[in-house]
Design a protein around this ligand. Structure first.
Ligand code: CO
Ligand code: ZN
Length: 368
């Protein structure tokens, strides 16, 4: 259908991941997204939360909202000590075991990039029991190679500066597997942009929204869904693929390379999101008819923008399409570009099947 799509996805994903964008500080990635979407949409704007909202007009038979979050987890400097070491607090859900020994990029409030490292004691001076301990995040510090608070401030580092782990996107194995930082959810954003680029002749208008502040409470999705008031929404995000040694098959959730995952339910005991049955079924039927590989997903923790969108206004039918990803919320997230390609194909084919008849009779079950 679309030649060279995997390469196109790789280039775009790398571009999106190369800039830091912790929740609330999405400005750099937002500019990239606007540039990518603008030539392919009829309208595009930034709302008061910072969400990018774009519209690709189709036949006007309804409104489909696609949502992918452009924020990533990060760190925020909360204190600079007398020696110039930086103390920080997490933005979003970190596993603190990940942080010691990492190199970080600090972005000052006026946009300057400073390099640093999350310091760690060498094993030589650790007691055996100390080696097994996880250091709480509030005891960790960033070393930026200065001797005093004054020197740190001279570089532009202040309380409120943000940081992310420094890590490039690279290809592994056969070149279809990639690893890097912040695939959650820049791969969702890339999937959404590629869908918009290659979608033609839909009967409905498609609203592509790059949302802010998902990792800190699904905030951008809530307000953008309210303003768009779509007939239905599909969130695009990563999901757990734990198809690795030591994890029994029943706990793997999804596997990489087996197609995008159609969400049935997420959150602890279903407290996140339960996909609208008509959307779930449309995604499954479309994948089957188009011979696109797919997996079904039940995730027992975590959720996506779909959870907030579903509860907006009088309720908005919502579903989620997931990109299976290993090592989520670490700097070595790993996924298959072919799963992304298949997600794009599935979203395009799905959007083309939606019309006013399906919206009124299947989705909304209008009786009379
Ligand atoms: Co996340
Ligand atoms: Zn996410």
């Amino acid at each position: 259908m679309v030649n060279g799509l995997v390469d196109e996805i790789y280039v775009l994903l790398k571009k999106l991941c190369d800039v830091p964008s912790p929740s609330g500080f999405e400005d750099e990635v937002r500019e990239i997204i606007i540039k990518e979407l603008e030539p392919h949409v009829d309208e595009i704007w930034v709302d008061s939360m910072g969400n990018v909202i774009s519209v690709k007009k189709g036949g006007g038979e309804g409104k489909l909202m696609l949502a992918a979050h452009m924020d990533e987890i990060g760190l925020m400097i909360r204190h600079i000590d007398k020696k110039g070491f930086l103390k920080f607090t997490p933005i979003g859900g970190w596993n603190e075991r990940i942080l010691p020994g990492q190199r970080v990029l600090i972005k000052t409030l006026n946009g300057k990039i400073i390099r640093g490292v999350v310091g760690i004691k060498p094993p030589h001076i650790m007691k055996p029991e100390e080696q097994k301990q996880v250091i709480p995040i509030h005891d960790l510090f960033i070393d930026i190679g200065v001797n005093s608070r004054e020197e740190a401030e001279k570089l532009g580092v202040t309380i409120g500066s943000i940081a992310v782990i420094e890590r490039d996107v690279v290809k592994l194995g056969n070149g279809k597997i990639v690893t890097g930082r912040a695939f959650d959810d820049k791969v969702g954003v890339a999937t959404m942009i590629e869908t918009i680029k290659h979608l033609k002749d839909a009967k409905i208008d498609v609203y592509a929204v790059a949302t802010v502040q998902e990792e800190v409470g699904l905030k951008g999705a809530r307000t953008s869904a309210y303003s768009i008031n779509p007939d239905l929404a599909i969130a695009i995000d990563v999901t757990v693929a734990s198809d690795v040694p030591g994890v029994p098959e029943e706990n793997q959730v999804t596997k990489i390379g087996k197609g995008p995952a159609i969400k049935i339910m997420d959150g602890r005991s279903g407290s996140g999101h339960i996909a609208h049955p008509a959307i779930r079924e449309l995604l499954i039927k479309t994948a089957q008819e188009e011979n696109i590989p797919y997996q079904l997903e039940v995730l027992t923790g975590g959720t996506t923008d779909a959870a907030a969108i579903q509860l907006t206004r009088s309720g908005i039918p919502a579903g989620t399409l997931s990109i299976p990803t290993r090592y989520i919320h670490s700097p070595i997230e790993l996924l298959s570009l072919e799963d992304v390609e298949n997600a794009v194909k599935l979203l395009i084919a799905t959007a083309k099947r939606i019309d006013s008849n399906w919206i009124n009779n299947v989705l909304k079950k209008k009786i009379k």
